[in-house]
Write a protein that binds this ligand. Structure first.
Ligand SMILES: [Zn+2]
Length: 499
């Protein structure tokens, strides 16, 4: 009998030695902050997007950990960084990514220098804090921890820090997908585009981006005879252009819903006050009158929700005329068009021509970095299960699948069949209107939410890529008891539970 006990004990000790220990999160926080601040201090404004210093830094940090790194550059000062941790190959790889470039800044508008990474009052300030150096550092930390904790993997985990997301994807994700796809080909990918929404300091819900609209541009050119300003003409190009803009802006293309937006509005209703909930349910319901009333409300009060319903048009540039007493012969406007993923852009521009219905106005596509369209990432995948359970553990919140009205690099990967999910850290709903959101005149992140995001991200990665635990891994080294839950390696850290 005692021999049996010692056998069990020895067996347990072997298992305990092989089970990855949870990271020391206090030390991870220090290290995260060091890398995060270093990344923020590189001015990677795009344009010109000199991402090389950030890329070199990432390469050095990964290589110091013994992780092999490759860089791929279409333009020498704009490299993309790729690193890979090998798994057993039982399942196809997981890609974790973030872009190193940031949008431009007007330094005069910043109380803290945009590339200073100042820490104050529980925040880190700087361009890129929530777009997208948060995802870069979380992916970096995941790589370092997987390696350091020696987490056995069922699939390769690929790290990608890509250049050029903010308007020059030809050097970034397009280049990687077109020229080096084998280096990043994966079953799943995690990237930016999601968020955890807090209001009054409390987590409300977690958005996971599974789909996005496709940016395109339409140019309207109105032409008519030039003339003397003292003799108004009905053929005035500016007049025709203004009418065309008015008509296309008032036009409401048909509402389109898909699995993502249906789930989004339905789940959001469950979290909302009664009036709001009624509208969200009306949008996905069968009562056309109620849907139309809800839509009117969105157009006035919740414009992002209105945009999620259809292909949208926003007149954002207008040019025409050069002096007060001359009727110009030409005027132009550029429309920002966000094509709904279920819409057909060729039919759409035909509809725009019909709506404008004016032979004096030419309607054509304008040059733009057009992302490929794709279907939604699956809502029932292993990745969604891993993300949803991590949301429960770290945020105790409901997951909302979301369709972005904006665009991300995931569009290129989804078009290649990669199931991509956009995630992001907790931010306060109140922070956007105060001017601290992504692309704002200032940008900041709560330190505690950055650290929580790193833990959340690592949890998803280990759950999704970690070796499946069979019965032999049920030994729990922490308690010395047999665990009843079948989990995957690395995630079962009771200390992960957050405030
Ligand atoms: Zn971004």
């Amino acid at each position: 009998m005692s021999r049996l006990f010692s056998l069990i004990f020895a067996f347990g000790a072997v298992l305990a030695a092989q089970t990855p220990q949870p990271p020391d999160w206090a030390r991870v926080e220090e290290e995260t902050m060091r890398h995060f601040q270093a990344l923020l201090r590189f001015d990677t404004s795009d344009p010109p997007g000199t991402e090389i210093a950030a890329a070199d830094y990432l390469k050095k940090v990964l290589e110091a950990e013994g992780i092999a790194v490759e860089t791929f550059a279409l333009e020498p000062h704009r490299p993309n960084v790729v690193a890979r941790l090998k798994g057993s190959g039982a399942r196809r790889p997981l890609l974790i990514m973030g872009h190193t470039d940031v949008v431009n800044v007007d330094p005069k508008k910043w109380a803290h220098p945009p590339f200073g990474a100042a820490r104050e009052g529980g925040y880190v300030y700087g361009r890129g804090t929530v777009d997208d150096k948060d995802n870069v550092v979380a992916a970096l930390m995941a790589m370092l921890l997987l390696k350091r904790q020696n987490v056995p993997l069922d699939r390769d985990v690929i790290f990608l820090a890509e250049a050029g997301e903010e308007g020059s994807t030809r050097v970034g994700i397009q280049y990687m997908v077109n020229e080096h796809f084998a280096q990043i080909d994966a079953e799943y990918c995690l990237a930016e585009g999601g968020s955890v929404t807090r209001a009054g300091g409390r987590v409300k819900f977690a958005s996971v981006q599974t789909l996005e609209k496709i940016p395109r541009g339409i140019e309207l050119t109105a032409r008519g005879p030039a003339g003397h300003g003292s003799v108004p003409l009905r053929t005035n190009a500016i007049l025709h252009l203004a009418n065309a803009i008015g008509k296309v802006s008032a036009w409401k293309p048909p509402i389109r819903l898909n699995d993502t937006t249906r789930a989004y509005f339905t789940r959001l209703a469950g979290l909302s006050a009664p009036d709001d909930a009624t509208r969200y349910l009306a949008i996905v319901g069968s009562d056309a009158k109620a849907a139309s009333a809800a839509e009117e409300y969105f157009l006035a009060q919740e414009p992002r929700h209105a945009s999620m319903l259809r292909t949208s048009v926003s007149p954002n540039i207008i040019q025409g005329g050069y002096r007060i007493n001359v009727i110009p012969s030409e005027a132009r406007a550029t429309l920002d068009v966000r094509v709904h993923p279920d819409d057909d852009h060729v039919k759409f521009i035909e509809e725009v021509r019909k709506v404008i219905d004016d032979p004096a106005v030419e309607v054509q596509w304008v040059q733009r970095d057009v992302r490929p369209g794709s279907g939604s990432a699956r809502l029932d995948s292993d990745a969604v299960k891993a993300i949803e359970s991590a949301i429960n553990r770290h945020y105790e919140a409901v997951m909302l699948p979301t369709m972005s009205t904006g665009a991300t690099d995931m569009a290129y990967l989804r078009a290649k069949g990669v199931q991509c999910y956009g995630i992001g850290p907790g931010t306060d709903l109140e922070d956007g209107p105060k001017g601290y959101g992504a692309h704002s005149d200032q940008e900041r992140i709560l330190e505690q939410e950055l650290h929580r995001f790193v833990r959340f991200h690592y949890d998803i990665v280990t759950n999704l890529a970690g070796k499946s635990q069979g019965l032999w891994r049920l030994w729990s080294p922490a308690s010395g008891l047999w665990s009843l839950a079948i989990t995957r390696s690395g995630i079962a850290d009771p200390r992960i539970r957050d405030e």
